[in-house]
Design a protein around this ligand. Structure first.
Ligand code: TRP
Ligand code: ZN
Length: 471
Protein backbone atom coordinates (compact mmCIF):
# COMPACT_ATOMS: atom_id res chain seq x y z
CA UNK A 1 0.00 0.00 0.00
CA UNK A 2 1.01 3.61 -0.25
CA UNK A 3 1.64 5.36 2.99
CA UNK A 4 -0.35 8.56 3.16
CA UNK A 5 1.52 9.63 6.26
CA UNK A 6 4.11 10.88 3.82
CA UNK A 7 1.50 13.54 3.26
CA UNK A 8 1.50 13.02 -0.51
CA UNK A 9 -2.00 11.62 -0.57
CA UNK A 10 -3.38 14.82 0.85
CA UNK A 11 -2.25 16.81 -2.24
CA UNK A 12 -1.13 18.26 -1.86
CA UNK A 13 -21.81 16.27 26.30
CA UNK A 14 -22.80 15.16 28.04
CA UNK A 15 -21.30 11.74 28.20
CA UNK A 16 -17.85 13.28 28.11
CA UNK A 17 -16.86 13.15 31.75
CA UNK A 18 -14.07 15.28 33.15
CA UNK A 19 -11.70 12.45 34.03
CA UNK A 20 -12.27 8.93 32.81
CA UNK A 21 -15.15 8.58 30.37
CA UNK A 22 -17.69 5.94 31.30
CA UNK A 23 -16.93 3.60 28.41
CA UNK A 24 -13.25 3.73 29.19
CA UNK A 25 -13.75 3.07 32.86
CA UNK A 26 -15.81 0.02 31.94
CA UNK A 27 -13.06 -1.29 29.67
CA UNK A 28 -10.32 -0.65 32.19
CA UNK A 29 -12.10 -2.65 34.82
CA UNK A 30 -13.20 -5.44 32.51
CA UNK A 31 -12.44 -8.56 34.47
CA UNK A 32 -10.57 -11.48 33.03
CA UNK A 33 -11.91 -14.98 33.19
CA UNK A 34 -12.65 -16.07 36.73
CA UNK A 35 -11.47 -19.63 36.71
CA UNK A 36 -11.37 -22.31 39.33
CA UNK A 37 -7.79 -21.23 39.91
CA UNK A 38 -8.93 -17.73 40.80
CA UNK A 39 -8.89 -14.54 38.76
CA UNK A 40 -6.55 -14.15 35.85
CA UNK A 41 -6.13 -10.82 34.13
CA UNK A 42 -7.35 -10.82 30.53
CA UNK A 43 -4.77 -11.22 27.76
CA UNK A 44 -6.05 -8.13 25.94
CA UNK A 45 -8.21 -5.08 26.60
CA UNK A 46 -10.71 -6.19 23.98
CA UNK A 47 -9.52 -4.21 20.96
CA UNK A 48 -11.17 -5.77 17.91
CA UNK A 49 -8.18 -5.09 15.63
CA UNK A 50 -5.47 -6.10 18.09
CA UNK A 51 -7.05 -8.63 20.44
CA UNK A 52 -3.86 -9.27 22.41
CA UNK A 53 -2.91 -5.60 22.81
CA UNK A 54 -2.90 -4.42 26.41
CA UNK A 55 -4.05 -6.59 29.27
CA UNK A 56 -6.86 -6.75 31.79
CA UNK A 57 -6.90 -6.44 35.54
CA UNK A 58 -4.46 -3.65 36.24
CA UNK A 59 -3.34 -0.21 35.29
CA UNK A 60 0.28 0.90 35.05
CA UNK A 61 0.93 4.21 36.80
CA UNK A 62 4.64 4.43 36.03
CA UNK A 63 7.34 2.80 33.95
CA UNK A 64 10.96 3.13 35.02
CA UNK A 65 13.09 1.93 32.10
CA UNK A 66 16.85 1.49 32.37
CA UNK A 67 18.37 0.59 29.03
CA UNK A 68 21.82 0.08 27.56
CA UNK A 69 22.30 -0.14 23.80
CA UNK A 70 25.35 -0.95 21.74
CA UNK A 71 24.72 0.11 18.12
CA UNK A 72 27.61 -2.04 16.86
CA UNK A 73 26.47 -5.37 18.28
CA UNK A 74 22.84 -4.19 18.31
CA UNK A 75 22.55 -5.62 21.81
CA UNK A 76 20.13 -4.18 24.36
CA UNK A 77 20.10 -4.65 28.10
CA UNK A 78 17.01 -3.57 29.96
CA UNK A 79 15.41 -3.33 33.34
CA UNK A 80 11.78 -2.27 33.52
CA UNK A 81 10.14 -1.38 36.81
CA UNK A 82 6.38 -1.07 36.46
CA UNK A 83 4.34 0.43 39.27
CA UNK A 84 0.80 -0.80 38.78
CA UNK A 85 -2.57 -1.04 40.50
CA UNK A 86 -4.83 -4.08 40.38
CA UNK A 87 -8.38 -3.31 39.25
CA UNK A 88 -9.54 -6.79 40.29
CA UNK A 89 -8.22 -9.63 42.37
CA UNK A 90 -5.35 -11.12 40.34
CA UNK A 91 -3.91 -14.57 40.66
CA UNK A 92 -2.00 -13.89 37.47
CA UNK A 93 -1.73 -11.20 34.85
CA UNK A 94 -0.18 -10.63 31.45
CA UNK A 95 2.26 -8.13 30.06
CA UNK A 96 2.97 -7.62 26.37
CA UNK A 97 6.60 -8.41 25.61
CA UNK A 98 7.99 -9.92 22.45
CA UNK A 99 11.43 -11.33 21.73
CA UNK A 100 14.13 -10.36 24.23
CA UNK A 101 15.31 -12.85 26.80
CA UNK A 102 14.16 -12.37 30.40
CA UNK A 103 16.82 -12.97 33.05
CA UNK A 104 14.82 -12.07 36.17
CA UNK A 105 11.26 -11.19 37.06
CA UNK A 106 9.91 -10.13 40.44
CA UNK A 107 6.62 -8.86 41.77
CA UNK A 108 7.09 -6.75 44.89
CA UNK A 109 10.66 -8.03 45.17
CA UNK A 110 9.62 -11.69 45.27
CA UNK A 111 10.53 -13.94 42.37
CA UNK A 112 7.45 -14.57 40.28
CA UNK A 113 6.70 -17.47 37.97
CA UNK A 114 6.18 -16.62 34.33
CA UNK A 115 5.71 -18.16 30.95
CA UNK A 116 5.75 -16.70 27.50
CA UNK A 117 3.46 -17.28 24.59
CA UNK A 118 3.86 -15.02 21.56
CA UNK A 119 3.54 -11.46 22.78
CA UNK A 120 1.97 -12.49 26.07
CA UNK A 121 4.19 -12.64 29.13
CA UNK A 122 2.06 -14.43 31.70
CA UNK A 123 3.10 -13.62 35.26
CA UNK A 124 2.01 -15.53 38.34
CA UNK A 125 2.95 -13.53 41.41
CA UNK A 126 4.00 -15.52 44.42
CA UNK A 127 0.82 -14.47 46.16
CA UNK A 128 -2.42 -13.18 44.65
CA UNK A 129 -2.85 -9.42 44.36
CA UNK A 130 -5.99 -7.99 45.86
CA UNK A 131 -8.24 -5.55 44.10
CA UNK A 132 -6.90 -2.02 44.49
CA UNK A 133 -3.43 -3.18 45.47
CA UNK A 134 -0.43 -1.27 44.21
CA UNK A 135 2.35 -3.59 43.10
CA UNK A 136 5.71 -3.40 41.45
CA UNK A 137 6.88 -5.63 38.63
CA UNK A 138 10.59 -5.69 37.80
CA UNK A 139 11.70 -7.37 34.60
CA UNK A 140 15.37 -7.68 33.69
CA UNK A 141 16.08 -8.61 30.08
CA UNK A 142 18.59 -8.63 27.24
CA UNK A 143 19.03 -9.48 23.61
CA UNK A 144 18.89 -8.10 20.10
CA UNK A 145 15.64 -6.26 19.65
CA UNK A 146 14.01 -5.93 16.27
CA UNK A 147 10.77 -4.57 14.91
CA UNK A 148 7.39 -6.23 14.55
CA UNK A 149 5.66 -6.34 11.19
CA UNK A 150 2.26 -4.68 11.29
CA UNK A 151 -0.86 -5.97 9.53
CA UNK A 152 -0.18 -3.44 6.75
CA UNK A 153 3.39 -4.69 6.28
CA UNK A 154 5.16 -1.76 7.89
CA UNK A 155 7.73 -2.09 10.63
CA UNK A 156 7.41 -0.68 14.09
CA UNK A 157 9.16 -1.03 17.40
CA UNK A 158 12.93 -1.13 17.79
CA UNK A 159 14.30 -0.56 14.27
CA UNK A 160 18.10 -0.66 14.09
CA UNK A 161 19.77 1.98 11.90
CA UNK A 162 23.37 2.35 10.71
CA UNK A 163 24.26 4.42 13.79
CA UNK A 164 21.72 3.41 16.43
CA UNK A 165 18.00 2.69 16.37
CA UNK A 166 14.80 4.38 15.26
CA UNK A 167 12.27 3.60 17.99
CA UNK A 168 8.57 4.09 17.32
CA UNK A 169 5.79 1.86 18.60
CA UNK A 170 2.56 2.55 16.72
CA UNK A 171 0.48 0.52 16.89
CA UNK A 172 2.27 -2.49 18.38
CA UNK A 173 6.02 -2.09 18.70
CA UNK A 174 6.50 -0.88 22.28
CA UNK A 175 6.56 -4.53 23.37
CA UNK A 176 9.71 -5.11 21.29
CA UNK A 177 11.81 -3.09 23.76
CA UNK A 178 9.98 -3.06 27.10
CA UNK A 179 7.30 -5.13 28.82
CA UNK A 180 4.12 -3.08 28.72
CA UNK A 181 0.40 -2.87 29.02
CA UNK A 182 0.54 -2.15 25.34
CA UNK A 183 -2.72 -0.39 24.46
CA UNK A 184 -3.56 3.33 24.41
CA UNK A 185 -6.27 2.72 27.02
CA UNK A 186 -3.52 2.59 29.62
CA UNK A 187 -1.51 5.78 30.10
CA UNK A 188 1.38 6.22 32.49
CA UNK A 189 4.29 8.43 33.45
CA UNK A 190 7.79 7.34 32.42
CA UNK A 191 11.40 7.64 33.49
CA UNK A 192 14.16 6.58 31.12
CA UNK A 193 17.82 6.00 31.88
CA UNK A 194 19.60 5.11 28.66
CA UNK A 195 23.30 4.35 28.28
CA UNK A 196 24.99 4.41 24.87
CA UNK A 197 28.59 4.65 23.65
CA UNK A 198 30.10 8.11 23.96
CA UNK A 199 29.39 10.08 20.81
CA UNK A 200 25.88 8.66 20.44
CA UNK A 201 22.77 10.31 21.80
CA UNK A 202 19.73 8.55 23.27
CA UNK A 203 16.56 10.58 22.98
CA UNK A 204 13.35 9.75 24.80
CA UNK A 205 10.19 11.66 25.72
CA UNK A 206 9.74 14.62 28.01
CA UNK A 207 12.46 16.57 29.76
CA UNK A 208 16.17 15.74 29.80
CA UNK A 209 17.07 15.52 33.49
CA UNK A 210 20.77 15.12 32.84
CA UNK A 211 23.52 13.34 30.98
CA UNK A 212 26.84 12.02 32.15
CA UNK A 213 29.80 10.48 30.33
CA UNK A 214 32.02 7.98 32.14
CA UNK A 215 34.30 5.25 30.87
CA UNK A 216 33.43 5.81 27.23
CA UNK A 217 29.70 5.68 27.71
CA UNK A 218 27.05 8.35 28.12
CA UNK A 219 23.90 7.98 30.17
CA UNK A 220 20.86 10.10 29.38
CA UNK A 221 18.04 10.54 31.88
CA UNK A 222 14.61 11.53 30.56
CA UNK A 223 11.31 12.11 32.37
CA UNK A 224 7.84 12.08 30.84
CA UNK A 225 5.52 13.23 33.62
CA UNK A 226 2.25 13.68 31.81
CA UNK A 227 0.41 10.41 31.05
CA UNK A 228 1.60 8.63 27.91
CA UNK A 229 0.43 5.59 25.95
CA UNK A 230 3.16 2.97 25.47
CA UNK A 231 3.15 3.32 21.68
CA UNK A 232 4.26 6.93 22.00
CA UNK A 233 7.42 6.12 23.94
CA UNK A 234 10.75 6.38 22.15
CA UNK A 235 14.40 5.76 22.97
CA UNK A 236 15.89 6.65 19.62
CA UNK A 237 19.66 6.31 19.44
CA UNK A 238 22.07 7.76 16.89
CA UNK A 239 24.82 10.23 16.11
CA UNK A 240 22.88 13.43 16.44
CA UNK A 241 23.40 17.15 16.43
CA UNK A 242 21.58 18.46 19.45
CA UNK A 243 19.98 21.84 19.95
CA UNK A 244 18.21 22.91 23.16
CA UNK A 245 16.26 26.06 23.88
CA UNK A 246 13.19 27.29 25.72
CA UNK A 247 10.29 28.90 23.83
CA UNK A 248 8.74 32.22 24.78
CA UNK A 249 5.93 30.22 26.31
CA UNK A 250 8.37 28.30 28.53
CA UNK A 251 8.35 24.97 26.65
CA UNK A 252 11.69 23.15 26.76
CA UNK A 253 12.71 22.17 23.25
CA UNK A 254 15.24 19.43 22.48
CA UNK A 255 16.06 18.71 18.86
CA UNK A 256 18.25 15.79 17.81
CA UNK A 257 19.15 15.65 14.15
CA UNK A 258 21.17 13.19 12.09
CA UNK A 259 23.92 15.40 10.54
CA UNK A 260 23.13 13.95 7.11
CA UNK A 261 19.61 15.40 7.41
CA UNK A 262 20.59 18.63 9.16
CA UNK A 263 20.58 21.12 6.31
CA UNK A 264 17.23 19.89 5.00
CA UNK A 265 15.72 19.77 8.49
CA UNK A 266 16.91 23.12 9.85
CA UNK A 267 14.46 25.49 8.13
CA UNK A 268 11.52 23.28 9.14
CA UNK A 269 12.55 22.59 12.74
CA UNK A 270 13.08 26.23 13.43
CA UNK A 271 9.36 26.76 12.82
CA UNK A 272 8.35 24.43 15.66
CA UNK A 273 7.75 27.21 18.22
CA UNK A 274 5.54 29.16 15.82
CA UNK A 275 3.67 26.00 14.78
CA UNK A 276 3.00 25.10 18.42
CA UNK A 277 1.88 28.67 19.12
CA UNK A 278 -0.45 28.66 16.14
CA UNK A 279 -1.87 25.26 17.15
CA UNK A 280 -2.30 26.46 20.75
CA UNK A 281 -4.49 29.27 19.48
CA UNK A 282 -6.67 26.83 17.59
CA UNK A 283 -6.68 23.80 19.92
CA UNK A 284 -5.97 25.26 23.36
CA UNK A 285 -2.78 25.19 25.45
CA UNK A 286 0.00 22.82 24.35
CA UNK A 287 -0.38 19.85 26.71
CA UNK A 288 3.28 19.28 27.63
CA UNK A 289 6.23 21.06 29.22
CA UNK A 290 8.66 19.65 26.65
CA UNK A 291 8.81 19.57 22.87
CA UNK A 292 11.27 18.99 20.04
CA UNK A 293 12.05 16.79 17.10
CA UNK A 294 14.12 13.70 16.40
CA UNK A 295 15.25 13.63 12.79
CA UNK A 296 16.87 10.31 12.01
CA UNK A 297 17.95 8.66 8.80
CA UNK A 298 15.96 5.44 8.71
CA UNK A 299 15.29 4.61 5.07
CA UNK A 300 13.48 1.35 5.80
CA UNK A 301 10.81 3.03 7.97
CA UNK A 302 8.83 5.25 5.61
CA UNK A 303 6.91 7.24 8.21
CA UNK A 304 7.11 9.69 11.06
CA UNK A 305 5.51 9.17 14.46
CA UNK A 306 4.05 11.61 16.95
CA UNK A 307 6.13 10.25 19.86
CA UNK A 308 4.93 12.25 22.83
CA UNK A 309 6.51 15.67 23.21
CA UNK A 310 9.09 14.83 20.53
CA UNK A 311 8.04 13.36 17.19
CA UNK A 312 10.48 11.08 15.43
CA UNK A 313 11.04 11.50 11.69
CA UNK A 314 12.64 8.91 9.42
CA UNK A 315 14.25 11.75 7.42
CA UNK A 316 14.04 15.56 7.34
CA UNK A 317 10.34 16.41 7.43
CA UNK A 318 8.56 18.97 5.33
CA UNK A 319 6.58 21.68 7.12
CA UNK A 320 3.20 20.03 6.74
CA UNK A 321 4.54 16.82 8.32
CA UNK A 322 5.85 18.86 11.26
CA UNK A 323 2.41 20.51 11.55
CA UNK A 324 0.79 17.05 11.39
CA UNK A 325 2.95 15.43 14.11
CA UNK A 326 2.62 18.55 16.26
CA UNK A 327 -1.19 18.48 16.00
CA UNK A 328 -1.08 14.88 17.23
CA UNK A 329 0.27 16.17 20.55
CA UNK A 330 -3.31 17.34 21.19
CA UNK A 331 -5.14 14.76 19.10
CA UNK A 332 -3.78 11.28 19.69
CA UNK A 333 -1.26 11.93 22.46
CA UNK A 334 -3.09 14.05 25.04
CA UNK A 335 -6.51 12.78 23.91
CA UNK A 336 -5.98 9.06 23.33
CA UNK A 337 -7.88 6.38 21.53
CA UNK A 338 -9.85 3.77 23.41
CA UNK A 339 -9.77 1.50 20.39
CA UNK A 340 -7.65 1.43 17.21
CA UNK A 341 -10.87 1.46 15.25
CA UNK A 342 -11.23 5.16 16.16
CA UNK A 343 -7.89 6.00 14.52
CA UNK A 344 -9.47 8.77 12.42
CA UNK A 345 -9.66 10.76 15.71
CA UNK A 346 -5.88 10.89 15.42
CA UNK A 347 -5.14 10.94 11.73
CA UNK A 348 -8.16 12.85 10.43
CA UNK A 349 -7.51 15.60 12.98
CA UNK A 350 -3.77 15.82 12.32
CA UNK A 351 -4.41 15.92 8.57
CA UNK A 352 -7.05 18.61 8.98
CA UNK A 353 -4.48 20.63 10.96
CA UNK A 354 -2.30 20.54 7.83
CA UNK A 355 -5.18 21.91 5.74
CA UNK A 356 -5.84 24.64 8.27
CA UNK A 357 -2.18 25.55 8.38
CA UNK A 358 -2.04 25.90 4.62
CA UNK A 359 -5.25 27.95 4.62
CA UNK A 360 -3.91 30.38 7.20
CA UNK A 361 -0.40 30.63 5.76
CA UNK A 362 -0.96 31.58 2.16
CA UNK A 363 -1.69 28.13 0.76
CA UNK A 364 -4.84 26.44 -0.47
CA UNK A 365 -8.04 26.87 1.52
CA UNK A 366 -9.37 23.77 3.26
CA UNK A 367 -12.39 24.06 1.00
CA UNK A 368 -10.17 23.80 -2.06
CA UNK A 369 -8.38 20.74 -0.68
CA UNK A 370 -11.74 19.17 0.18
CA UNK A 371 -13.07 19.83 -3.33
CA UNK A 372 -10.00 18.39 -5.01
CA UNK A 373 -10.31 15.20 -2.96
CA UNK A 374 -14.03 14.93 -3.55
CA UNK A 375 -13.33 15.11 -7.29
CA UNK A 376 -11.53 11.77 -7.16
CA UNK A 377 -13.45 9.02 -8.92
CA UNK A 378 -15.49 6.53 -6.94
CA UNK A 379 -12.88 3.88 -7.79
CA UNK A 380 -10.10 5.82 -6.02
CA UNK A 381 -8.51 4.31 -2.91
CA UNK A 382 -9.84 7.28 -0.97
CA UNK A 383 -13.29 5.67 -1.00
CA UNK A 384 -12.16 2.12 -0.31
CA UNK A 385 -13.55 1.99 3.24
CA UNK A 386 -15.13 4.48 5.65
CA UNK A 387 -12.71 6.12 8.09
CA UNK A 388 -14.91 5.53 11.14
CA UNK A 389 -14.85 1.81 10.48
CA UNK A 390 -11.60 0.84 8.74
CA UNK A 391 -12.43 -2.85 9.16
CA UNK A 392 -9.04 -4.18 10.21
CA UNK A 393 -5.64 -3.31 11.61
CA UNK A 394 -4.29 -3.43 8.05
CA UNK A 395 -6.30 -0.32 7.16
CA UNK A 396 -5.68 1.95 10.13
CA UNK A 397 -3.08 4.03 8.27
CA UNK A 398 -4.85 4.00 4.93
CA UNK A 399 -5.75 7.05 2.85
CA UNK A 400 -9.43 7.09 3.89
CA UNK A 401 -8.44 7.44 7.56
CA UNK A 402 -6.26 10.47 6.84
CA UNK A 403 -7.94 12.20 3.95
CA UNK A 404 -11.61 11.25 4.30
CA UNK A 405 -11.19 11.66 8.07
CA UNK A 406 -10.10 15.25 7.43
CA UNK A 407 -12.98 15.63 4.96
CA UNK A 408 -15.37 14.60 7.76
CA UNK A 409 -14.04 17.44 9.90
CA UNK A 410 -14.32 19.87 7.02
CA UNK A 411 -17.91 18.79 6.40
CA UNK A 412 -18.59 19.37 10.09
CA UNK A 413 -17.05 22.84 9.90
CA UNK A 414 -19.14 23.69 6.84
CA UNK A 415 -22.30 22.51 8.59
CA UNK A 416 -21.84 24.26 11.94
CA UNK A 417 -19.75 27.31 11.02
CA UNK A 418 -16.28 28.32 12.13
CA UNK A 419 -17.18 29.52 15.61
CA UNK A 420 -18.90 26.33 16.69
CA UNK A 421 -16.35 24.16 14.87
CA UNK A 422 -13.31 25.61 16.60
CA UNK A 423 -15.20 25.59 19.90
CA UNK A 424 -15.71 21.84 19.41
CA UNK A 425 -12.02 21.22 18.68
CA UNK A 426 -10.95 23.15 21.77
CA UNK A 427 -13.58 21.52 23.98
CA UNK A 428 -12.51 18.09 22.73
CA UNK A 429 -8.86 18.72 23.59
CA UNK A 430 -9.76 20.36 26.90
CA UNK A 431 -12.26 17.85 28.30
CA UNK A 432 -10.24 14.84 27.38
CA UNK A 433 -6.82 16.28 28.16
CA UNK A 434 -4.46 13.49 29.28
CA UNK A 435 -7.35 11.06 28.87
CA UNK A 436 -9.36 9.39 26.16
CA UNK A 437 -12.14 10.00 23.70
CA UNK A 438 -14.35 7.88 21.47
CA UNK A 439 -15.93 8.76 18.13
CA UNK A 440 -19.40 8.59 19.71
CA UNK A 441 -18.31 11.10 22.35
CA UNK A 442 -16.95 13.41 19.68
CA UNK A 443 -20.25 13.24 17.81
CA UNK A 444 -22.20 14.09 20.95
CA UNK A 445 -19.91 16.98 21.77
CA UNK A 446 -20.26 18.42 18.27
CA UNK A 447 -24.05 18.16 18.48
CA UNK A 448 -24.13 19.83 21.85
CA UNK A 449 -21.83 22.68 20.91
CA UNK A 450 -23.63 23.34 17.63
CA UNK A 451 -27.19 22.56 18.70
CA UNK A 452 -27.59 20.57 15.48
CA UNK A 453 -28.50 16.99 14.70
CA UNK A 454 -25.33 15.76 13.07
CA UNK A 455 -26.15 12.06 12.87
CA UNK A 456 -26.61 12.08 9.08
CA UNK A 457 -23.39 14.05 8.53
CA UNK A 458 -21.27 11.70 10.60
CA UNK A 459 -22.92 8.71 8.99
CA UNK A 460 -22.13 10.01 5.53
CA UNK A 461 -18.49 10.92 6.17
CA UNK A 462 -17.43 8.38 8.78
CA UNK A 463 -19.47 5.26 8.25
CA UNK A 464 -21.09 5.05 4.80
CA UNK A 465 -19.38 2.76 2.29
CA UNK A 466 -18.12 4.28 -0.95
CA UNK A 467 -18.00 7.82 -2.21
CA UNK A 468 -20.80 10.01 -0.84
CA UNK A 469 -23.11 11.05 -3.66
CA UNK A 470 -22.94 14.75 -2.73
CA UNK A 471 -20.02 16.69 -1.23
N1 TRP B 1 0.81 8.00 13.13
C1 TRP B 1 1.85 8.24 12.12
C2 TRP B 1 1.51 9.57 11.48
O1 TRP B 1 0.57 9.70 10.75
C3 TRP B 1 1.94 7.18 11.06
C4 TRP B 1 2.34 5.81 11.48
C5 TRP B 1 2.91 5.42 12.65
C6 TRP B 1 2.24 4.65 10.70
N2 TRP B 1 3.15 4.07 12.62
C7 TRP B 1 2.77 3.59 11.45
C8 TRP B 1 1.76 4.39 9.44
C9 TRP B 1 2.82 2.30 10.95
C10 TRP B 1 1.82 3.12 8.93
C11 TRP B 1 2.32 2.08 9.69
O2 TRP B 1 2.11 10.54 11.76
ZN1 ZN C 1 -0.57 11.07 11.87
Amino acid sequence: MTHPRRRTAVLGRGAVVATVPVAVAALLTAAGPATAAGQAGASGVGDPYFPLAGNGGYHVAHYGLTLGYDPTSRHLTGKAVLTARATQRLTRFDLDFKGLKITALTVDSARAAYRRSGQELVVTPHRALHKGQTFRVTVTYRGKPGPVTDPDGSLDGWIPTDDGAFVAGEPQGAMTWFPANNHPLDKSSYDFTITVPKGRTAVANGVLLGQRTRGGRTTFRWRQKEPMAAYLATATVGKFEVKQYTTRGGIKVYDAVDPREASAAAPVLKKLPSVLEWESKLFGPYPYRAAGSIVDRAPNVGYALETQTRPVYDSAPDLSTLVHESAHQWFGDSVSLTSWKDIWLNEGFATYAEWLYAEQHGGDSAQKTFKALYARPATDGLWEFPPGNPGSGANIFGTPVYARGAMALHALRTAVGDRAFFRVLRAWADRNRYGHGTTAQFERLAERESGKNLGPLFHKWLYAQGKPSTP
